[in-house]
Ligand binder design. Sequence first.
Ligand code: GTP
Ligand code: MG
Length: 295
Amino acid sequence: MFDFIKSSLQKVYIAVTGKLQDLFGQSRIDAIALDQLSQILLEADLGVGTTKEIVKQLELAAELGKLQTGQDLKNKLQELLILQLQLPDVSLGNIILLVGINGSGKTTLAGKLAAYYQAQGQRVLLVAADTFRAAAVQQLQSWGQRLGVDVVHGADGQDPAAVVFQGCEKFRQGDYDLLIIDTAGRLQTKTHLIQELSKIKRVVTKQMPSATISTLLTVDAMLGQNSLVQAEQFHGATNLTGVVLTKMDGTGKGGIVVAIAQQLRLPVIFISHGESVSQMYKFQAEQYVKNLIGG
Ligand SMILES: Nc1nc2c(ncn2[C@@H]2O[C@H](COP(=O)(O)OP(=O)(O)OP(=O)(O)O)[C@@H](O)[C@H]2O)c(=O)[nH]1
Ligand SMILES: [Mg+2]
C-alpha cells in the first residue's frame, strides 16, 4: 500500500522533497532555513495562511530549543502537517453526488468509485445526470459496460433532476447498495446551475427519505490555489461532504490538500490520478505527509 502510494505520487513527491531534503540535511536550522522552508511550502501550494501558521509553530519550537537540526525540522514539520490534515473521519452515505467545475474529473471519478466499491462487494448503480452534453452519457455508459455496472440515463437536454428521479426508482426497486450520480460540470458562480444541484438533492431526499447523500467536489489539483476559491463557493452552495483531488499525476503541488483541510475544514476523501480504475485511493493523512516530505 505504502509503495503504491509512493509511486503514484512520485511527481508530487520529487518536486517537494528534492528541496526539502537539502534543508533536512543541515546540521543547524536558522532563520534563513525557515525562510527557505516557507518558500518551498508556498511553491507546494500550501497557501499563505497555512504556511505562516506552520512557520510560526516551527519558530516557536526553535525558540524553545526543540528544533535545532535538519532532522528536528523534518520531524516537527511532519507532525504539524499531519495535525493540519486530521479532520473527523467521514463515512460516505449510500448516495454519492459528484459535483464540480467543467473537466475537473467527475465522470472519470464516477467510474473509479464504481470500481472501488464494486471490489468491496457493493452493487453499484450509476446515474448519468449530465444531460447537457450528449457525449457525457456515452462516457459514463462506457464505464458501466467496462465494469458491468448498470447506468441510468435520460434524453439529451432532459431535466437532470428527472433522470435522478428515474435513478432513485431503479435503485429502490433493484438490489443495489450504492447510487453514484454524475452531474454536468458547472461554474460555482452560476447560481441557476448550482440551484439545479439543490433540486437533485431534494428529489433524492423525497424519493428516499432515509438515504444519506454525500456530496463530493472534484478538485483538479493542477489548478492550485484557484481551486480553493471554487471549493469555498461550492461548499457554501451545496454543503459538501468532502473533496476528491483529481489529476494528482500532473502536479507537484501536493500541498493543496493541506490548504483545503485547513482553510475549508473539509476532508479530502480520495486522491485520484491517471485514467485507470486502480489509480485512486483513500486519503490517509499520515501516509500522505510522509510521502510529501520524504519520510
Ligand atoms: N491525467 C489525468 N487525467 C484525468 C484525471 N481525471 C480525469 N482526467 C481526464 O480529464 C478529462 C476530463 O475528465 P472528466 O472525468 O470527463 O471530467 P468531468 O468533470 O466529468 O468533465 P465535464 O463533465 O465536462 O464537466 C478527461 O480527458 C479525463 O480522461 C486524472 O486524475 N488524471
Ligand atoms: Mg463529466
